[in-house]
Design a protein. Sequence first.
Length: 251
Amino acid sequence: MILTPRYVTDDSTAGPDFTVCTLLRDPEKYDRLLASFARVGFDASNSEFLAADNRETNRFDGYSWQKPLLAQARGRFVIFCHDDIELLEAGHAELLAALADLDQADPNWLLAGVAGGRYRPRKHHRRFLRLRISDPYGEDRVLGSIPGRVETLDECFILMRRSRPVIGSYDLGGFHFYGPDLCLQAELLGGSAHVIDFHLRHHSSGTKDRSFRIARKRFVQKYAPIFPGRYLHCTTGVVHLELPDAAKAGE
């Protein structure tokens, strides 16, 4: 038998512009998402749409769902979003323009989104968020200079280049803190995360239930030894990456 290899060159420009990956729970919300993308220039000629199917049961969680979809994605840019977002006036052309601007500002960017915590702000105060979003907290909210670097991103909309993927942790689970997890992984890879000027609506205000507290504790346990003492600014609040004294002492 003669084995025939496939010789791979740079394929970063191959495929459609975008692969839109959605964590799908509610079909009606997803229909609204798809209709909004279609209204502002996303179509079969420039985009493909994949959904992690949680309609009947949670087959995927926040840390697991991106991996199988990323393996199937053909788009130059891969969007990971919730099913409860809706695009407004900004569309396909505007997103490409925002990403071209980001390429010029920081060629090492790995992640982009619409809401996050500023990258290591000088002072610990309430104005640490960077936003370009409409949500239950207000219409067309803009906080901080946009575009701008952040240290975490909200999970409702996160974008990466297929040629420079960022993979979430395998040792964490649940539906909280997977956006900050991706951002810290990007930082460890030598890249950065940014909020870009791409206005959309997120119909959810988020929840902080028992599962949130459990996910936060496990997130801190993982990253406190890597970034000891760091205050990590998230859209859900500030997380102090500090282990209890007993854990630090190895007791």
